[in-house]
Structures are given as structure tokens and as C-alpha cells.
Design a protein around this ligand. Structure first.
Ligand SMILES: [Cu+2]
Length: 297
């Protein structure tokens, strides 16, 4: 006879219920801090939504990729769990279970579905790349960005003025601070960034724009985009480039076109006319081995 002090024997069902409750509590705690805006951009930087003419394409590809992967994952995990439970070995089982092969419907399923997935991902990728990294919109403003240890030079080529940045001093916060170089961009204007380096490999990155580009000495690359949302952003170097790499940060101000012109005019008044070209590159220690090889022949 059971003593009244003894706990009731734990059944499988009550254990499953407890596990379910713990799982639900953990999921709620993890997701409680998430906002609707974070979900919309798939946990990319929230301010990226509508920031440039490219960001919504990136967000759509990112979210679509996750949704497709989660559906595939759910079906795969579901089938695995179902097989584990439905076809588990029973006490009465003897020998090997029935061996299955050449099941045509199953083989067609696992050939055709991945094919559709790969073709789908390829198509959406190609489409996104066409709209973003292969964007060849005729620019209204050309802005050249030079990375240098450990700051930035901005040449506003169309306006023929420049800004020479000095290294920011971090104050313990994530913000670049007032004294960090500031890149001004006109909103609703097609821009071409020309991306260069004066010394080592840097990487031009404005996280909210969801785009970054390596800055390789001796090589020029381009990004064509149109900033859409006015506001303040931060930018940084995304390639470990030496001792003060972490201080290679800058502010980005996306302002109305008039304000942009007022800013570039103010640079001209300060005597910053013209651009700072290759003559400021540190080529004394850097040489292109392929160039030397070419010289010998
Ligand atoms: Cu750098």
C-alpha cells in the first residue's frame, strides 16, 4: 500500500509537460526583449530599414533565406523525430527491421526539393546583387573615401572639396564622438563612393547601410547607392589594420541636399578646395610585387 508521504510516481506525460513548460518559459524570456522592428529586419540593425536604395533588398533576401531555411529545418527535424518515435525498437522485435531501398517517391522528393531550393536561392541572390552591388545608376555626386591608419579622408569630388580626418579618441562609449571624422551625404541623391586606401587594407563599413567594401591599396572599388533616410549613423573600419584599428571610426550625417551643399561650401571657405589624391598615399614601404615583375621584362 502507498504511504501518503510518497510522491505520486512520475509519468512520461507529466515529464513532457514540465519540459514543455520550461521550454516555453525560456523562449518567452529570450524573445520578450525583442521588438516588432527587430523582427521586421531579421535582427539586422533596426535603422537599416529604408536607409538606402539597397537595404530593403538585402533585408528581403535575409528574411526570405531564414524563412525558407526554417521551413526546411522544421520538416527535416519533424521527419527525424517521427522516425525515432514511430520506428523505435520494441521489446518484441527480433533481428533487423525490414530494409528499404529504391523507394522511387522518396528519391524523387529528396532530389527535386533541394534542386528547387538551390535554384530559388540562386535566383533571389542574383536578383539582389543586380539591384545592389551591380547597381550602375548614374551618380549625381561622387564621393571618394580614403582609408588610412587610422582615420579617413573624404573627397567630395563633384563639389571639388575635401575633408581630412584625424584619428578619433574613444571615450568609452560606442559612439565615435564629436571629434571623429564626419561623412556628409545628401539624402535622395544618387551617390557613387570611390573606395581607396593610403596604406594597408581597410574596410569601409556603415553598418546601417548593410554594405561594406574592402579598401585595398593600389586598387579602386565602387559602391553606387542612394541614401533615403535622413539621420545620424556610425561608420567604422571592418578590417584589422593595426594598433588603433578600433579608433578608425566616423560619423555619417545624411542631410537634405541643400544642407549638403552648404556643408561643402563651408569646406571651400575653410580653404579645403580640391581633393587629396594619391600623393598622400604611404607608398614608401608598400610596393606592388607584380608591378616590379612587370618592370624587369
Ligand atoms: Cu582600418
Amino acid at each position: 500500500m502507498d504511504s501518503p508521504n510518497q510522491p505520486a510516481p512520475r509519468t512520461g506525460a507529466s515529464r513532457a509537460k514540465r519540459l514543455g513548460a520550461i521550454g516555453a518559459a525560456a523562449a518567452t524570456t529570450l524573445l520578450a526583449g525583442c521588438t516588432k522592428e527587430q523582427w521586421e529586419v531579421g535582427f539586422l540593425p533596426v535603422e537599416s530599414k529604408g536607409a538606402t536604395s539597397h537595404t530593403d533588398h538585402y533585408i528581403a533576401l535575409w528574411n526570405g533565406g531564414w524563412i525558407a531555411s526554417l521551413i526546411v529545418g522544421a520538416i527535416t527535424w519533424g521527419l527525424i523525430l517521427w522516425c525515432i518515435v514511430a520506428y523505435r525498437r520494441r521489446k518484441s522485435d527480433r533481428g533487423l527491421p525490414v530494409q528499404m531501398r529504391y523507394n522511387l517517391p522518396v528519391e524523387i522528393f529528396y532530389t527535386v526539393v533541394p534542386l528547387i531550393l538551390v535554384v530559388g536561392f540562386f535566383f533571389h541572390n542574383a536578383q539582389t546583387m543586380d539591384e545592389t552591388i551591380y547597381d550602375e545608376t548614374e551618380p549625381q555626386e561622387v564621393i571618394e573615401v580614403y582609408g588610412k591608419q587610422w582615420a579617413w579622408d573624404f573627397n567630395y569630388i563633384t563639389q571639388d572639396v575635401h575633408y581630412a580626418g584625424v584619428q578619433a579618441n574613444l571615450d568609452g562609449t560606442e559612439q565615435p564622438g564629436e571629434d571623429a571624422p564626419t561623412l556628409y551625404l545628401p539624402a535622395d541623391t544618387d551617390i557613387q563612393f570611390k573606395i581607396e586606401s593610403r596604406d594597408v587594407i581597410h574596410s569601409f563599413w556603415i553598418p546601417a547601410f548593410l554594405e561594406k567594401r574592402d579598401m585595398v591599396p593600389g586598387r579602386s572599388s565602387e559602391i553606387n547607392l542612394r541614401p533615403l533616410a535622413e539621420g545620424e549613423y556610425v561608420g567604422k573600419c571592418a578590417e584589422l589594420c593595426g594598433e588603433f584599428h578600433s579608433e578608425m571610426i566616423f560619423n555619417v550625417s545624411v542631410v537634405p541636399y541643400d544642407e549638403y551643399i552648404a556643408y561643402t561650401d563651408s569646406l571651400r571657405e575653410q580653404g579645403n578646395d580640391g581633393v587629396l589624391g594619391e600623393e598622400y598615399n604611404r607608398t614608401d614601404w608598400y610596393s606592388n610585387p607584380y608591378e616590379q615583375e612587370g618592370d624587369e621584362h
